[in-house]
Ligand binder design. Structure first.
Ligand code: SF4
Length: 445
């Protein structure tokens, strides 16, 4: 019989819908489209109005302080005078300086509006830049928007986030995936609060020493939050550079050469805007399929335009293996279900789960009497759900067989586990794969 699925399931469905919506619209290429999609996403998650009224205000209040700087007035392309172009960098070639001025001019007209992005002439607080960049890793702008708003609303400063309970942070992170990032986020907030008095450092070396901050994020924070020159290279930038310079050798072999290309174009003036301009170009114009070359500010210089869709070239990836395991759904007569916490380190570290066997390629999951012996409690009436729960991780596919069993009233939970009523599932930091398990059992599928 189908049972009520707890609230988190509805939220999951909502996110899937939003992601679909975002993907569907991702090809229009116009900044306004991004903004509209973000607003729809925000409304759908129930934060309508908060983006401007709460988070926006807090972002500005906590911008500590939002620094105003003068936007260089340079006319792009053929109108760019040599003296003005020379302002971009004393070491750039005139051609690179022209490219920088062209994309900055394009950015001034077409910049995307995003909740973590300051208004023209303002600078976003380092906390907001860091938060958004961590959230945006491998996730779309439309998906991140409501999460960013919620985080900023709950924890307006890095000190507030450091003082938060890790479980609350993980719970709020649900749906963004890659939970190691959420744990590092919390750790990093603690280090910035305790060792840097709540202020993010602006040097890349110091930023790189913080938990969860890699070369891309360090450069992005330095450029966007402090407007200091830094070479910001992510997948979007690599794609643009590979096309602009017609780099046909495959990634990852050409990573360092693409970075050098990006370095040569990065100006001393407005490096933060420049970084965001190339990101926007990659996200809205120089997109993976059917790039919109006709509206690209670099169309006249682009060497790879005719073969753009094939760039960047990539070495073929090895096929992902499939791991298997058995997950135990053990229920008491009062309806409580046994759950535990995964080890802090490793995959889905610190998240809650229904107990399971190891996940291995050679795992035997068909023989119920055999696999039930590994369950954390000796239950009766073991039965296997028909069908498997499937989930994709970065490096492998997972297939889980759900084994359901019952124990007597008052059975205590084993050490480090607990009984949880189905109504309270939404309060637990379950990763998506465990939500799939719950949905499968509760929907009787
Ligand atoms: Fe990308 Fe086309 Fe612009 Fe070249 S001209 S950078 S391929 S959008």
């Amino acid at each position: 019989m189908e049972r009520a699925v707890p609230a988190f399931a509805a939220r999951e469905g909502e996110f899937v819908g939003l992601a679909d919506f975002c993907l569907f619209g991702a090809d229009n290429g116009w900044p306004i489209g991004q903004e509209v999609r973000f607003r729809k996403a925000t409304l759908a998650k129930g934060f309508a109005g908060q983006r401007r009224d709460v988070a926006g205000d807090r972002l500005r209040r906590t911008a500590a302080p939002l620094v105003h700087f003068t936007v260089a007035s340079v006319i792009p392309g053929q109108n760019s005078s040599p003296s003005l172009i020379a302002n971009y960098s004393s070491v750039m070639s005139p051609r690179d300086a022209t490219r920088a001025s062209e994309i900055l001019d394009w950015y001034d007209r077409h910049r995307r509006s995003m909740p973590w992005r300051a208004l023209p002439g303002e600078r976003t607080a380092p906390y907001a830049v860091w938060l958004s960049e961590i959230m945006l890793q491998q996730t779309t702008v439309a998906t991140v928007g409501p999460y960013f708003t919620e985080f900023l609303s709950r924890w307006p400063t890095v000190g507030d986030l450091a003082a938060a309970d890790l479980d609350d942070v993980l719970h709020c992170w649900q749906g963004l995936g890659y939970y190691a990032r959420a744990r590092n986020l919390h750790k990093c907030a603690g280090v910035v609060s305790s060792q840097y008095n709540g202020h993010f450092p602006e040097e890349e070396a110091a930023l790189l020493s913080l938990p969860g901050i890699g070369p891309y994020t360090a450069a992005a924070i330095r450029a966007i939050a402090f407007d200091k020159r830094a070479v910001v290279v992510d997948g979007n930038v690599e794609r643009v550079m590979a096309r602009l310079f017609r780099e046909t050798d495959p990634l990852p072999d050409v990573k360092s050469s693409l970075r050098e290309r990006a370095d040569s174009l990065t100006p001393d003036e407005r490096p933060g805007d420049y970084a965001q301009a190339v990101m926007d170009l990659g996200a809205t114009v120089c997109i993976p399929r059917r790039p919109k070359c006709m509206i690209c500010p670099w169309v006249d210089h682009c060497l790879g335009r005719d073969i753009a869709e094939s760039l960047p070239a990539r070495r073929p990836k090895p096929e992902k293996p499939t791991r298997r395991g058995v997950v135990y759904w053990i229920e008491r007569p009062d309806g409580a279900v046994l759950i535990g916490r995964r080890p802090e380190s490793g995959l889905l570290g610190g998240m809650m789960e229904f107990p399971s066997t190891a996940w291995r390629e050679d795992m035997e999951i068909e023989d119920i009497s055999d696999v039930s012996r590994h369950a954390p409690l000796a239950a009766t009436q073991w039965s296997a759900d028909s069908g498997l729960v499937r989930h994709g991780f970065t490096h492998f596919h997972l297939e889980l067989r759900v084994l359901k069993g019952r124990v007597g009233a008052g059975t205590p939970a084993p050490d480090d586990m607990l009984w949880c009523s189905i109504d309270s599932f939404a309060d637990q930091a379950f990763p998506t794969v465990m939500k799939k398990v719950a949905e499968k059992v509760l929907r009787g599928g």
